[in-house]
Ligand binder design. Structure first.
Ligand code: SAH
Length: 204
């Protein structure tokens, strides 16, 4: 899977190493294990999906662009099954990963137990509020897309930090958006068309 991603352009050595370490089949139901290394999203229950590996790679590459070493604190909104949190744990000092569905929050805890990642902190709550106690973040990454970027995410981004998230653009399509906090203010770019599950408020 990772070799295929490299053939498609994945070049960040840290992201390659992280994705080689995290076995994706440990995050899907046994009936789907044979598809775990295909470049496709798969159901993980409660109407949610594990993200496509190429999208996890792309977002991680954007988050850690131009940075080789391990970064500081990262906030992930939308833990799902915990796959991306595991990948990020090899690239960040601390990962705070928030999920609004209790069933998936617990599933991620079970899935991640096997990996013994002491720097992943799984949080149950509405990630649209960010997680003030861990702020400011060197990186914020969202695995669910809303109409616009919630203000708390921008507020909780450290100077020099970067946010990578899907959001709806003026033409109604969902795009990856990258926002950098620079000394001159927030600088944002709109990139690839993507297809993430919806960002929802509150918990369930
Ligand atoms: N990171 C996962 C992808 C999970 S899908 C992976 O590794 O594959 C996105 C997840 O975002 C879903 O589980 C959904 O419940 C969650 N989500 C949606 N809105 C949210 C919110 N406001 N706060 C936290 N999680 C949210």
């Amino acid at each position: 899977m990772v070799r295929r991603l490299q053939a498609q352009g994945l070049a960040h050595a840290g992201v390659v190493a992280a994705m080689l370490k995290v076995e994706r089949h440990r995050f899907v139901d046994s009936a789907l294990v044979s598809q775990a290394y295909e470049d496709t999203s798969l159901p993980i229950g409660l109407g949610q999906t594990i993200s496509k590996p190429s999208v996890v790679a792309r977002m991680a590459e954007l988050l850690f662009e131009g940075r080789d070493g391990t970064q500081g604190r990262v906030l992930e909104v939308g833990t799902g099954c915990g796959y991306q949190a595991a990948v990020l744990s090899h690239l960040s000092r601390e990962v705070y990963s928030m999920e609004r569905l209790r069933g998936l929050h617990e599933k991620a805890r079970e899935n991640l137990r096997w990996f013994r990642l002491s720097n992943v902190h799984l949080l149950f709550g509405d990630g649209m509020q960010g997680f003030e106690r861990g702020a400011p973040y060197a990186g914020i990454i969202a695995a669910a897309g809303g109409e616009s970027l919630p203000q708390p995410w921008l507020d909780q981004l450290a100077m020099g930090g970067r946010l990578v998230a899907p959001a709806r653009s003026a033409n109604g399509q969902q795009h990856l958006v990258v926002v950098d906090r620079t000394p001159q203010g927030l600088v944002s770019r709109t990139l690839d068309v993507v297809n993430f599950v919806p960002l929802k408020s509150g918990t369930a």
